[in-house]
Design a protein around this ligand. Structure first.
Ligand code: IPD
Length: 264
């Protein structure tokens, strides 16, 4: 395996530049937006501008390497693919809630080897390279040491279709009695980073795009989390993403399945 760390440097440099752009666009005027699949699925002009910038910079620094992005699409190929969420947490961005990111990952044969998740509103940078650990602003990250499901904090996100949201909300309500508390923070990449930092003990969500988990999933795994990506956890659902501190991972996974998450 090649040394993936230079790819992190590229992702962080581009992430910072794109983050500065989305912050300028947030400050300058009314945030214009469209809806996509449903009224809860939004895209702003800043999402599109950020992805354009990231694609331009990648084509300059890594000519010929394919890019999969949330707004312009693309596909994952054998070898290297860049996976970009130009603003993860767009609804937070729209409302001025400072919990959104620019997420950039490099995947090799479909698996993340380098990732950077930049928070434009705070300037915090989360990074990981496969085999080299994960970091917040250069400080190493470690998942929580919790071993007690009933004392764990669980993050979650909702899908866009109303019927599915209802089923998810029902399962979520059942989990409320089994854990310390629940959080729906609104940016999947940062939920995964939160597991890496021990700010959440676990996180799960169904129906994420690859751009939502590609960088954050690596950051969580490199911090010691048990991470299951879409397609690897049929009991929890084919499109489930799951990340948890190892001391509660099995108990959390079972509790989620018992609570009905496998059928949402
Ligand atoms: C969304 C956020 C949200 C999650 C959704 C994602 P976007 O990403 O990560 O937390 O619940 O599933 O689509 O659309 O803001 O990039």
């Amino acid at each position: 395996m090649f040394d993936p760390r230079p790819l992190v440097d590229i992702a962080t440099a581009i992430g910072r530049e794109a983050g500065a752009l989305v912050q300028r666009m947030r400050a300058s005027a009314v945030v214009s937006f469209d809806t996509k699949s449903t009224s809860t699925d939004v895209v702003t002009a800043a999402d599109r501008a950020s992805e354009q910038l990231v694609r331009t910079r990648l084509s300059e620094l890594r000519p010929g390497e394919p890019v999969l992005g949330e707004e312009e699409g693309g596909s994952v190929v054998e070898g290297l693919t860049w996976v970009v969420d130009p603003i993860d947490g767009t609804v937070n961005y729209l409302y001025g809630i400072p919990w959104y990111s620019v997420s950039i990952a490099a995947q090799f044969d479909g698996e993340s080897v380098a990732g950077a998740v930049f928070e434009p509103a705070t300037g915090r940078m989360w990074t990981a390279a496969r085999g080299y650990g994960s970091f917040l602003d250069g400080s190493p990250l470690r998942v929580s040491a919790t071993t007690d499901l009933s004392l764990s904090l669980l993050g979650y996100g909702f899908a866009y279709r109303p019927e599915r949201r209802q089923r998810q909300a029902d399962a979520w309500a059942r989990m409320a009695a089994r854990v310390r508390d629940l959080r729906r923070a609104g940016a999947a990449s940062l939920d995964l980073c939160s597991v890496a930092a021990g700010r959440l003990d676990a996180y799960t969500e169904h129906g994420l795009g690859r751009w939502d988990w590609a960088a954050g999933g690596l950051i969580a795994a490199e911090a010691g989390a048990v991470v299951r990506l879409p397609g690897s956890s049929p009991e929890l659902g084919e499109d489930a993403t799951f990340a948890a501190a190892p001391g509660i991972a099995d108990a959390m996974h079972s509790a989620l399945v018992e609570s009905g998450y496998g059928k949402v």
